[in-house]
Design a protein. Structure first.
Length: 528
């Protein structure tokens, strides 16, 4: 489980309680991935001592990095994707010894109504520690790491560029005094709860209220998933479309409205609702709501990046991978970022703006798919690729596959040689015969043009199937691994190495491999 860390904390404006946030120990309440509130004073104003029971514990399912408190909300930023819903049980939903973070099994979806979706930023009720409706969302990678409540509004900061649906850079400000006037027509979506996870292939209802000074004629609802809109048949998805909801009292100046829906598959869904009056006028703004649908009949896809490996000596290379899904793989979304977390854009430049390119697998719709992507990066750096498969239902892998490469056009591989008991140097491998009954000592030299990292050896007896493992242990049933015989980080460009076997050589055919690796990760190996 790791060691729990208290990342952040804040005191309420009236000084009566404080909240701390934790992480790094895994999803293990109450000690990790939680927000915990404690009283500072009793009802008579006396400061409380140690060993106080918490006011509440709110399970966050991933690390909390920032907290600040307003009069009516506790604001939190971090790496979470779910928080406790208003109907979640106390002291917290789920099993204590099961992780529900994104990418772990069913993730938070396995908890049903006990959770709501909140991506890296949220607000919870200061009395009960449950989610309130506020849900701007953040596209941060590591998470939102700064939070500051002011009399005017809330500052947040992190490594994302988009918050609240707008590209604002790494710092966002939520202005509580900036309210769009309703005008003569208004629309409110009251249910389902923001961030709710509805069951796929089962009916649910979206609804709310509508007002119009000339009388409500209709309420239009846009249902959007993966950039496509639900059509009038409430089954198919296509270009822009709005569905008319059922208005309870058409023509009245104030009424309720509802739209029953049954959505197939696992989807992220955005609703936008707008009221139209009898005089042809419409609401100034659309009310918005995000939810997800989830079911076990359609599993999410899995993604893997399989190549290339090691240091890449060219700015142009081919990335390869696989993906699988129970119904079929439709696409792969790929992003590339450099060591400064700047993303490769479509025109070949880099920018702080998160950017992806969507490619098709080799066979669209294949259950077990392969894919490749021709990469061209503008300069040498450590480049990190993230790949996310999307299935034929439009749902994406819950966790991306990630691989990093050092791109270095001038990188030179290190040199390594065995000097005794027989000389082995590039480009030849050598067969050497030795009488059994004694250990064997090997010596040699490794060098590099810039700097060495380490020297390793790998040994096996091909006759008896005895192997040397990474810890330097020798025997049957061990897994053959590289065993380091040098310091972890060699200082300098040259190293004289020596190694004596921890065993006496018996009859058999032994294979000795020596490998040197330099500071940028290039390696060279030879066999005796």
């Amino acid at each position: 489980g790791g060691i729990n860390r208290i990342y952040t904390g804040a005191i309420s404006p009236d000084g009566s309680y404080f909240v701390v946030g934790s992480g790094s120990g895994g999803d293990r309440p109450p000690i990790s991935d939680t927000a915990v509130a404690y009283r500072l004073f009793d009802d008579d104003g006396n400061m409380l001592g140690d060993l106080q029971e918490p006011l509440w514990i709110s399970r966050m399912f991933d690390s909390i990095y920032s907290i600040d408190i307003a009069d009516d909300a506790v604001f939190l930023g971090g790496h979470m994707n779910y928080v406790e819903s208003q109907t979640a049980p106390d002291p917290w939903p789920g099993l204590d010894n099961v992780g529900y973070g994104q990418g772990q099994g069913l993730a938070g979806y396995g908890l049903g109504d006990d959770i709501v979706i909140r991506n890296h930023i949220t607000a919870i009720d200061p009395v009960y520690g449950k989610a309130i409706e506020w849900n701007p969302g953040s596209n941060s990678f590591e998470g939102n790491k700064a939070m500051l409540v002011t009399p005017r509004g809330l500052f947040t900061g992190g490594d994302g560029m988009i918050q609240g649906g707008y590209r604002v850079g790494r710092v966002a400000f939520y202005d509580i005094e900036s309210v769009t006037p309703d005008g003569q027509n208004t629309t409110k979506i009251l249910y389902p709860v923001e961030g709710r996870v509805e069951k796929a292939d089962e009916e649910f209802v979206i609804g709310g209220t509508a007002t119009a000074t000339s009388g409500v004629q209709r309420v239009q609802v846009e249902v959007v998933s993966n950039g496509r809109y639900l059509q009038d048949d409430l089954v198919t998805w296509g270009n822009w479309n709005a569905v008319n909801a059922i208005v309870e009292d058409p023509g009245s100046t104030s009424t309720t409205w509802a739209l029953p829906l049954t959505i197939s598959g696992n989807r992220e869904i955005k609703f936008l609702a707008r009221t139209f009056g009898n005089n042809g006028s419409s609401a100034n703004t659309k009310d918005r709501l995000w939810i997800e649908t989830f079911g076990l009949s359609d599993e999410t896809p899995n993604t893997r990046i399989t190549g290339p490996s090691g240091v890449i000596p060219t700015l142009d290379f081919t990335a390869t991978g696989t993906a699988d899904d129970d119904l079929g793989v439709a696409a792969i979304r790929i992003s590339l970022r450099d060591a400064q977390n700047r993303y490769l854009q479509d025109d070949g430049t880099v920018d702080d703006l998160y950017n992806t390119v969507t490619i098709e697998p080799d066979v669209v719709g294949a259950i077990d798919a392969t894919w490749s992507y021709e990469v061209t990066v503008p300069y040498e750096s450590e480049w990190t690729m993230q790949a996310i498969a999307v299935d034929t239902s439009g749902q994406a892998d819950l966790r991306s596959s990630t691989r990093s490469w050092i791109v270095n056009e001038t990188a030179i591989r290190p040199e390594v040689a065995i000097t005794s008991p027989v000389v082995v140097s590039p480009p030849f491998d050598v067969v050497y015969q030795v009488a059994p009954g004694s250990p064997l000592t090997l010596t040699g030299i490794a060098s590099d043009d810039e700097g060495l990292r380490d020297v390793e050896i790998r040994i096996r007896n091909r006759t008896t199937d005895e192997n040397l493992d990474s810890a330097g242990q020798w025997g049957i049933g061990l897994i053959r691994r590289w065993h380091r015989i040098s310091p972890a980080n060699i200082s300098g460009t040259s190293y004289n190495w020596t190694y004596t076997t921890p065993f006496t050589l018996d009859q058999g055919r032994y294979e000795f491999e020596i490998r040197a690796t330099d500071d940028v990760g290039l390696s060279t190996s030879y066999t005796l």
